[in-house]
Design a protein around this ligand. Structure first.
Ligand code: EPZ
Length: 417
């Protein structure tokens, strides 16, 4: 178990270099299974979820070795299509392997990915799409068993699910015939996955904002790809500057992937300038409230930034209303923030947050990855000492989270027991 001990009240100052995106690295690592030759995945963040995914690839017979800033994966020697229970059950993104395994071997088996702390996280859209491609999918006994090479077809997604889009694109790469995906997700991580697959000899292209065409019947070849910067990590540190009234320069942040968040932070009173791939942010002495913020699929406001902005709103001048439309249980950080003196209540999908002049330190628990990061951000502002328990959850999405904040002036340390 890990905990973060934070003494609040310091304005952050300095520069932070943005890591590679977790939510691009995970599907791209899974996609390597489609390619029977070595691929180099650079700018790959060394996160626990990424290490788990590399472990899954090794369990399937692949080589996956860290070299420099990335992983070299060789799926040429992959020999099985059944994911081991112990490893696959531990991360949701193991379900991303169904598509590439089917595209490569015409068979795939995985444990049913459990829900997590932000909702029950079904995979019905993934499986419905695979069935539409002619794959036989059996869900008995808590495992997902798929059989049959995917056939190209037109699939309309009822909801622009990120994971379902990625899984079906990867299955389509190994399908006989072309596939059209209608109403696909538009997150930048999807385009990074497509760039990786196109670099490996497949042919995927967006046709407007609501269709992606995948040419079938191609065989992948070796390639090298650098993961795009992590917009959620960058956004989290932007909020760290905002909540402490500090001044940070985020190196490598792509402002075009952050526009909804930047709009909200400017409404909160932050001064933000961009120079090339750097974002320069100065936080206000006390943030203004966000009268209404709604999370939506990209390019709407990202659900993965909701808890961090929730923390910012707890010390705003007025009352903010946040609406969480993507996951059904993503306000668990609210109760923890109340322990720090926040004044907020949850009604269904909305949180009403009346800003208070100051928070006070407390011992709180990270209930999920982004909620844990949000509690640490609140601790940077709070008077006194905050202890964030179960901080290992934060390691799933941030490399060296405490060290990164400390080098920007935060009084924060980590204890592992
Ligand atoms: C991806 O999860 C991300 N994870 C999440 O990031 C992110 O919050 C989410 O996309 C939305 O942007 C990775 O990329 C590894 P969805 P995913 O399928 O693919 C429902 C983080 O903190 N749904 O777009 O699971 C689902 O229940 C994590 O980095 C179905 O009903 O997201 C949810 O309510 C958290 N049936 C909504 O759609 C399905 O078959 C969005 O899910 C699939 C999804």
């Amino acid at each position: 178990m890990a905990k973060l001990i934070i003494e609040g009240g310091r304005a952050l100052k300095g520069q932070i270099t943005v890591q590679g995106a977790k939510n691009a690295a995970l599907p791209i690592l899974a996609a390597a299974m489609l390619i029977p030759e070595p691929v180099r995945i650079g700018n790959c963040p060394r996160l626990t979820d990424v290490e788990h995914m590399a472990g899954l690839l090794r369990a399937l017979g692949c080589r996956a070795d860290w070299t420099g800033d990335g992983l070299v994966v060789d799926a040429g020697c992959a020999r099985t299509a059944a994911l081991p229970e112990d490893l696959a059950g531990s991360i949701r993104s193991s379900v991303f392997l169904l598509g590439p395994l089917l595209g490569r071997f015409g068979a795939a088996e995985a444990p049913y990915p459990g829900g997590c702390d932000i909702g029950n996280r079904p995979v019905d859209l993934h499986l419905k799409g695979l069935r539409a491609m002619g794959v036989k999918v059996d869900e008995a006994s808590g495992r997902i068993r798929c059989l049959g090479r995917p056939r190209g077809t037109e699939i309309a997604l009822e909801y622009p699910s990120v994971g379902a889009t990625e899984n079906l694109l990867m299955a389509a790469c190994g399908a006989e015939g072309d596939t059209i995906l209608v109403n696909p997700a538009r997150e930048p991580e999807i385009d990074d996955l497509m760039a990786f697959l196109n670099g490996a000899g497949f042919d995927l292209r967006r046709e407007g904002s609501s269709r992606i065409r995948v040419r079938g019947g191609r065989r992948g070849h070796g390639t090298a790809h650098a993961i795009l910067p992590d917009r959620i990590e960058a956004g989290t540190y932007l909020v760290a500057a905002a909540i402490t009234g500090g001044h940070l320069v985020l190196r490598g942040a792509r402002k075009e992937h952050l526009s909804a968040l930047l709009t909200a932070l400017k409404e909160a009173g932050c001064r933000i300038r961009s120079e090339g791939t750097d974002l320069d942010i100065e936080g206000p002495e006390r943030p203004r409230e966000l009268r209404r913020l709604v999370t939506l699929p990209y390019p709407g406001f990202p659900t993965d930034m909701q808890s961090q902005v929730f923390a910012l709103c707890t010390v705003a001048r007025g009352t903010s209303v946040l609406e969480e439309n993507v996951f059904e249980d993503r306000f668990r950080h609210g109760a923890e923030l109340v322990r720090m003196g926040a004044d907020c209540f949850i009604r269904g999908r909305s949180a009403v947050i009346r800003g208070v002049k100051s928070l006070h330190g407390a011992t709180v628990t990270a209930r999920d990855l982004r909620g844990g990061a949000a509690l640490a951000l609140a601790g940077l502002r709070a008077e006194g000492i905050t202890v964030v328990e179960q901080a290992e959850r934060i390691d799933r999405g941030y490399v060296d989270f405490a060290a990164t904040l400390r080098q920007a002036g935060a009084a924060i340390r980590r204890e592992d027991d």
